[in-house]
Design a protein around this ligand. Structure first.
Ligand code: ATP
Ligand code: MG
Length: 706
């Protein structure tokens, strides 16, 4: 071939020609547009290496991923490809990039470097307070509306200027109070992590030039799921030179409901006329049988960019459709399937590959669908993890406890300070905290340092100062105790005393509408204490229940490791366990054996018709997004795929007859590939046997009468 691209390590590393073209195009805007499993993410990792090879410093490269987990995985891949240098590359989500920009340059917007970031639970509780409602649905509606306005770049005043009706006017006013509280607490929410950096880049030329000069190349994975604000941030980061690489697949855009927009894909060629578009056509992930089903499903959707996708991995196992009587029956069938595929795997001569737990994944539409599988897996001793749902350490009650722990180690951690002082409530209101925060800001102190300042009396009434002092003293005392607490046994006492002293159990029960939820939360707290105590060492029970002696640590030493918790949950990804995941959280990932659970009308596609006021256009658009979700699900599978549907399913408290998802028919599987229920088979055999017996009886009778 005469026009072969420059020879580089990329070729040796296993990239096809189109991938090499994208990797070697270094000095202008580049879009890689291709179907699932075609090696788009691989292009990003290799391009990082190529950019460094051609002289860019690792710090000059930013690779933006969709989730923290994807960032962790890309960091790993980059490390194994280019070694230590990968450490310098900024690999993170848009939100994490926003944090970095605001920590460095947020002062231009009046933000202190140690501002705190509120999570969704924090926002809910501030809104409950600001709007004076405890009704979860109402508060959620406020949260969504405010988030939508922020996504459109509106502040409270601007929102009030364009409201539609009284309800929205009320929300705009609550938003004004919400803004006030956020600034009093020096806090930002998730939307601000994109909105404020954009404001920085738009309004502060010095900051914009600094970032444009600092970044030699920006790479964006899962580009189809960026929203309008993120695109604006990207444009301002890369400036006119437009040195960036975006990779994406319009058929995998599944976050429209959260504001992601395919307009970002459509706009690229207009905004960057020199855009180089590379298409990849070979899928390296799935067998032909799986890929054909995926292509058939996505077929009916309108095409933004026509694409073809082929696999050279052979036809492979046919896609199975399993019908199940109920959710419980489905879980049993999945257990049986996993066990038999593993047994078969251990017998396989070719490749000698043993099928590990981590080779299996069950995907479903909604978080609550994990439960029957969790129960069945526990019963069958199958190790598993639930991803995409709420991880243990993301739970509000665990975050409450962690904030106390973090504060013990670092008194100056303001977000932890705010969370702890309010959990449980100790009569210190937001006016006091606002004044404390202003005071801390004025004197450049942390909130904790401000507590004991003599001049605090001048800005707060004696009673408020008294309550603050009491909290500060309690913290100091707790820290001293944690230093002296050694080993699991003492740790248990320490933790139990502390929970009693802050009256946490009562706080949980008071905050929950339902006792059942509060009890579940309290049982998580107990799990957490157990986990912490175990880490303090001494005589503890190991996984099999046997008592072993482990090196002892003080409670404070263990607490110090809490700061590393985020890395713990990342490490969970490497465990050898079956994955249970929502379809949304499975994006970008792959497993040898995948089960798509609950493929019923009303679940996948999700109830389309129930939405009041939805017109036929919006229903059609939602159906398209559901179809893309099914496409994402199918294309996670490498070797085998089973698609389940339920004959009867729960709807609220009732059981209703189940209808198989229209997507099953759209997969257009060969009839022969659809495996029958074994019980149906037995029934058929019995019927055949009965018929044969009847026939032979009839024959015998006929013989007799001859
Ligand atoms: P998705 O659309 O699901 O995000 P993707 O396009 O990002 O998929 P990758 O995850 O990069 O695809 O690649 C899919 C699989 O194919 C991975 O296991 C990857 O290692 C492998 N792969 C990619 N390119 C090649 C190649 N040129 N040769 C061999 N294997 C490849
Ligand atoms: Mg990918």
């Amino acid at each position: 071939m005469s026009s072969s691209p420059p020879v580089s390590s990329a070729a040796a590393a296993g990239l096809n020609l189109a991938q090499q073209e994208a990797v070697n195009y270094l000095h202008g805007p580049c879009l890689v547009l291709a179907g699932a499993g075609s090696g788009k993410t691989r292009v990003i990792t290799h391009k990082i290496g190529r950019l460094i090879q051609t002289g860019l410093k690792p710090e000059q490269i930013a690779a933006i991923t969709f989730t923290n987990k994807a960032a962790a995985e890309m960091r790993e891949r980059a490390k194994s490809l280019i070694g230590k240098q990968a450490r310098g590359v900024l690999i993170c989500t848009f939100h994490a990039l926003g944090v970095r920009m605001l920590r460095q340059d947020g002062a231009a917007l009046g933000l202190k470097p140690q501002f705190s970031i509120l999570d969704s639970d924090d926002v809910t509780s501030i809104l409950k307070d600001a709007g004076g409602s405890t009704d979860a649905a109402t508060v959620r509606n406020w949260q969504w509306t405010i988030s939508r306005w922020k996504g459109m770049g509106l502040n409270a005043a601007q929102a009030e200027g364009q409201v539609n009706g009284d309800e929205e006017r009320v929300i705009a006013r609550i938003m004004a109070q919400y803004e006030e509280r956020l600034s009093a607490y020096q806090s930002v929410d998730f939307d601000d992590l994109i909105g404020l950096p954009l404001k920085l880049l738009q309004e502060h030329e010095a900051v914009r030039s600094k970032w444009q000069a600092a970044l030699g190349h920006v790479l964006v994975d899962e580009y189809q799921d960026t929203n309008a604000t993120q695109y604006e941030v990207l444009k301002l980061l890369v400036g006119e030179r437009g040195r960036f690489t975006a990779v994406g697949d319009d058929d995998q855009s599944i976050y429209g409901w959260r504001g992601a927009t395919l307009d970002n894909l459509k706009k690229l060629p207009q905004d960057f006329p020199k855009l180089k578009v590379v298409k990849l056509e070979q899928n390296y992930r799935s067998t032909s049988a799986i890929l054909r089903a995926a292509n058939n499903v996505i077929g009916p959707n309108p095409k933004l960019y026509p694409k073809t996708l082929f696999s050279e991995l052979g036809e492979g196992e046919p896609v199975r459709v399993l019908d199940c009587d109920s959710e419980e029956h489905e879980a049993e069938r999945v257990v049986a399937r996993i066990q038999s595929l593993r047994a078969e795997g251990s017998l396989l001569a070719e490749g000698g590959q043993y099928r590990e737990w981590k080779d299996f994944c069950v995907l479903y539409r909604a978080n609550h669908m994990a439960k029957p599988f969790e129960k069945a897996f526990r019963k069958a001793n199958i190790p598993y993890k639930v991803s995409g749902g709420q991880s243990f350490f993301d739970r509000a009650e665990i975050k409450d406890l962690c904030s106390w722990m973090v504060l013990l180690v670092n008194n100056d951690n303001n977000p932890a300070f705010i969370r702890s002082i309010k959990t449980p409530k100790r009569g210190i209101g937001h006016t006091t905290l606002g004044a404390l925060s202003l005071f801390a800001d004025t004197y450049k102190l942390s909130l904790f340092e401000s507590l004991f300042s003599n001049s605090l009396n001048s800005v707060l009434p004696a009673k408020a100062v008294g309550s603050l002092h009491e909290f500060g003293r309690y913290l100091n005392e707790l820290e001293q105790r944690a230093k002296k607490t050694v080993g699991a046994e003492e740790a248990r006492v320490f933790l139990a005393d502390w929970l009693k002293e802050i009256d946490y159990e009562k706080h949980l029960y008071a905050g929950e509408e339902s006792e059942k939820v509060a009890a579940a939360r309290w049982s998580n707290v107990m799990d957490f204490c157990d986990w912490m105590a175990q880490r303090c060492g001494g005589q503890i029970a190991d996984a099999s229940g046997a008592v072993v002696e482990k090196e002892t640590k003080t409670m404070l030493e263990v607490v110090q490791t809490i700061a590393l918790l985020s890395t713990i949950s990342e490490r969970e990804g490497e465990q050898n366990v079956v994955t249970l995941s929502t379809l949304h959280a499975s994006k970008g990932l792959e497993w040898p054996h995948v089960v798509l659970a609950g493929c019923n009308e009303g679940l996948l596609p999700f109830k389309l018709e129930d939405d009041d006021g939805a017109n036929s256009d919006s229903i059609a658009l939602r159906l398209q997004e559901e179809r893309r979700l099914m496409y994402v699900g199918i294309t996670r599978a490498q070797r085998t795929l089973a698609v389940n549907w339920l004959r009867r399913r729960k709807k609220g408290r009732d059981m209703i007859p189940g209808v198989p998802s229209r997507f099953i028919a759209e997969m257009a599987l060969d009839k022969t590939t659809i495996k029958e229920d074994p019980r149906e088979k037995i029934k058929a055999l019995r019927a055949e046997f009965a018929k044969k017996s009847a026939d032979s009886l009839a024959a015998a009778a006929a013989f007799k009468h001859r």
